[in-house]
Ligand binder design. Structure first.
Ligand SMILES: NC(=O)c1ccc[n+]([C@@H]2O[C@H](COP(=O)([O-])OP(=O)(O)OC[C@H]3O[C@@H](n4cnc5c(N)ncnc54)[C@H](OP(=O)(O)O)[C@@H]3O)[C@@H](O)[C@H]2O)c1
Length: 243
């Protein structure tokens, strides 16, 4: 609901809302009753949400939907971008660089790096005009160069490392554009969604999280974190991840 006792609620936007974590983030935001929650996905979102937008993530649709959401009442307060792909019908994460395939690698880079950044670009004016904005983009610990002791998963790792660098550029601009904005690159931990399904066997007991647990952690972290003009690379536990 946009209006509650005559008060316009701030907006929370979830991009990539159709995934396991996207769904859980919507549920968590709705449960706070603090926001008008907008969900963007390739398909109609099967969740209780205030506004649902279908998007093919092409340039025109991103621009049109960002403009339409920005024109809705309420200032932008939470922007959470969940898009990411690790495997698909015709590809899996590479065990070795000899398995690299141009088409798959470009698909992973486009989904994990380019699409999230295009959304941030499309919301530039809304970000500039926001009162107290918290932005979270789902990254992954495997995007850390420091943390990479094993190799493998080259495309996915590269896409998240490139995402982190792109977010760093955005954070520098936001520090000038709107000092009340905070941007985080978020690692959810291994979470029980379609993405992690083929890789859950080796996950230690207690280390495979429910999406609802992670969503609660994320929204709590966003409520607590201060705007300092920096990009923070942080996990579900609030711990900083080395670049
Ligand atoms: N699950 C984990 O263990 C884990 C661990 C580390 C990081 N992450 C990150 O967390 C985020 C959410 O993942 P999840 O676990 O919720 O996975 P998921 O259930 O597979 O959700 C996939 C997400 O990626 C989007 N997506 C898929 N294909 C796309 C395409 N071709 N173009 C644009 N968007 C596409 C979906 O958006 P639509 O709503 O439009 O379908 C959805 O938001 C991802 O960025 C992932 O890398 C997950």
């Amino acid at each position: 609901m946009t209006e509650h006792s005559g008060v316009v609620r701030p907006k929370a936007i979830v991009i990539g809302a159709g995934g396991g974590l996207g769904h859980a983030v919507i549920a968590e935001l709705m449960s706070t009753e603090r926001y008008t929650v907008h969900a963007v996905s390739r398909k109609p979102v099967n969740a209780l949400v205030d506004r649902s937008w279908e998007c093919d993530y092409e340039d025109d649709s991103i621009a049109r939907i960002a403009q339409a959401i920005s024109a809705e009442p309420g200032s932008l307060s939470r922007l959470i971008i969940c898009n990411g792909v690790l495997h698909g019908e015709s590809f899996r994460p590479e065990r070795s660089i000899k398995h690299l395939n141009r088409h798959s690698m470009l698909h992973v880079l486009e989904t994990n790096t380019v699409v999230p950044m295009l959304w941030l670009a499309a919301f530039t004016t809304a970000i500039k005009n926001a009162d107290e904005l918290r932005i979270a983009v789902f990254s992954a610990r495997v995007g850390s160069l420091t943390d990479n002791g094993l190799g493998g998963w080259c495309s996915y790792r590269a896409s998240k490392a490139a995402l982190n660098m792109s977010l760093k550029c955005a954070a520098i601009e936001y520090a000038r554009l709107n000092k009340n904005t905070k941007l985080i690159a978020f690692h959810p931990g291994t979470t029980d969604t379609a993405m992690s399904k083929p890789f859950q066997k080796g996950v230690p007991e207690g280390k495979l999280f429910e999406p609802s647990f992670v969503a609660h952690r994320l929204i709590t972290l966003l409520d607590a974190i201060a705007s300092d003009g920096e990009l923070t690379y942080i996990d579900w536990d609030g711990k900083t991840i080395p670049w």
